[in-house]
Design a protein around this ligand. Structure first.
Ligand code: NOJ
Length: 502
């Protein structure tokens, strides 16, 4: 029996709070700004928003370095603002997911301050410490050109583990008190009404306690078997609360066979981002093989979660150009699985060039994080409706045409296309819940059928910049939506995606 759980049928929209909307003119987005713009997300047709971290943070990694899990950073507002945001979202029928960052904290977190104070501090075991003259193993950090994931701390002369920046020491999940404390963080926000969490580097909270070196085909610093019971325990915390709360893992494993077990057992993550599309060449055959493989892996249970962008990756419209990006959008919004959109994707935003001397992110992710242009910039308001002040990152050079207010008036804009796609998805149970079967179509065409309760919808995507035949199965079907304003007949135009009811 197909489920109608909201997180399977709905679309989840990622908000990067620093860059969404600034209500107080300091140039950085904030919670009130988000609250004021929630109607836009509702009108887009999303079911939920996921907010990147809003907690107190020194911002070494722009919030992914948490110094207090149960307070809002003053840059973003207050706990009362968070409550207002959650209440307003619920009024509008939107759910709210927060980012939960379990693998590490900020080095300014009181837990780490205690832990580093002395070797016999009661919180010493909350982080991963080792003695010796050299780093305990060859693990490397995710940022910083293969630098060791270990830093020697002055206070005690021992090394601590940090899978990311030295300012982001890894928590020790082999210490039961850490797990209990992090469960309490979840409860704090669940009691405030959040509908779930996106779990940052979820696969990293299980590591080899012996600290073995990585080997070809076997990583010891992530995806260790202990990760699975830990994620199951997180799910049980969510289940202490009513209301279909959801755990979405950022499980950055590009081998789909390694990713699938995170969602197929039925007692761990509800969803795990599948990042494979971000690294695939633009090839109908490669996309089909990839989707078919994951379908096979999740057939017995498990629900896919597809995405094309997020705040860590170059935007789709930059990688593919808008002509192809809309084909890709049609793909993720019609596949079996939950689509995740990244703010501005629906505007067809490209990455914003940032001069090297102005880059502020440690991993140079500024271009995809540039502010959302809400209105055309003017002499009086150069911040494009994002801020009345000076934006922390440059606004898009084409904000005049790309602004949401401009696109909302134009039926041929990217925004209009996304709205139509989301509306069609919401009105079509086959696109939400239907089974998936790919077709042997012409070269360069990825086509599949979604079927639910005797209704069948065919999606045909032309990856080529020249016309290609429609699959024979589409003959006589009723056109539901095309990427192209004028369409029809038995050929797909260059770069056309078409959805047909059979
Ligand atoms: C993944 C997040 O998406 C990224 O922005 C962050 O830098 C790392 N995890 C570390 O938390």
């Amino acid at each position: 029996m197909a489920s109608t759980r909201w997180w399977r049928s709905g679309v989840i929209y990622q908000i990067y709070p620093r860059s969404f909307a600034d209500s107080d003119g300091d140039g950085v987005g904030d919670l009130r700004g988000i609250t004021e713009r929630l109607e836009y997300v509702r009108d887009l047709g999303a079911a939920a928003v996921w907010l990147s971290p809003i907690y107190r943070s020194p911002m070494a990694d722009f919030g992914y370095d948490v110094a207090d899990h149960t307070d809002v950073d003053p840059l973003f507002g207050t706990l009362a603002d968070a409550d207002d945001l959650i209440a307003r979202a619920h009024e509008l029928g939107l759910r709210v997911l927060l980012d939960f960052v379990p693998n590490h904290t900020s080095d300014q977190h009181p837990w780490f301050q205690e832990s580093r104070a002395s070797r016999d501090n009661p919180k010493r075991s909350w982080y991963v410490w080792r003695g010796g003259d050299a780093p305990p193993n060859g693990w490397v950090a995710n940022f910083g050109d293969q630098r060791p994931a270990w830093t020697r701390d002055r206070a005690t002369g021992e090394w601590y583990l940090h899978s990311f920046l030295p300012e982001q020491p890894d928590l020790n999940w082999d210490e039961p008190a850490v797990e209990a404390a992090m469960h309490d963080v979840l409860r704090f926000w669940l009691r405030r009404g959040v509908d779930g969490f996106r779990i940052d580097v979820a696969h990293a909270i299980g590591k080899d306690p012996e600290l073995g070196d990585n080997e070809p085909g076997r990583r010891h610093n992530e995806d260790w078997p202990s990760v699975h019971p830990r994620l199951a325990a997180i799910r049980r915390v969510l289940e202490e609360f009513d209301g279909d709360r959801v755990a979405v893992g950022e499980v950055y494993l590009l081998d789909q066979r390694a990713l699938a077990p995170y969602v197929t057992t039925g007692d761990e993550l509800h969803l795990a981002h599948n990042f494979v599309f971000l690294n695939l060449p633009w090839s109908a055959q490669r996309f089909r093989e990839t989707v078919d493989e994951f379908e096979e892996l999740t057939r017995e249970g498990g629900w896919p979660a597809w995405c094309l962008n997020n705040h860590d990756h170059s935007r789709t419209a930059t990688r593919y150009g808008w002509t192809r990006a809309r084909v890709a959008a049609m793909l993720v919004l019609t596949l079996r699985g939950t689509p995740f959109l990244f703010q501005g994707e629906e505007l067809g935003l490209t990455d914003v060039p940032v001069p090297p001397e102005s880059i502020v992110d440690v991993d140079r992710r500024d271009p995809e994080r540039a502010p959302v242009p809400w209105a055309p910039p003017s002499a009086a308001c150069p911040g494009a409706g994002f801020t009345t002040g000076r934006p922390w990152l440059p606004v898009h050079p084409d904000a005049e045409q790309l602004a949401a207010s401009v696109q909302a008036q134009d039926p041929r804009s990217p925004l209009a296309f996304y709205r139509a796609l989301l509306a069609l998805r919401r009105a079509t149970p086959a696109l939400q819940e239907g089974s998936y079967r790919s077709l042997d179509a012409a070269p360069d065409v990825f086509a599949f059928v979604r079927e639910h309760a005797a209704r069948r919808v065919l999606v045909a995507l032309n990856f080529a910049p020249f016309p290609r035949p429609l699959p024979a199965e589409a003959a006589g079907g009723r056109l539901l939506l095309s990427t192209h304003a004028t369409t029809g007949g038995d050929a797909l135009a260059a770069d056309e995606g078409r959805i047909v009811e059979l």
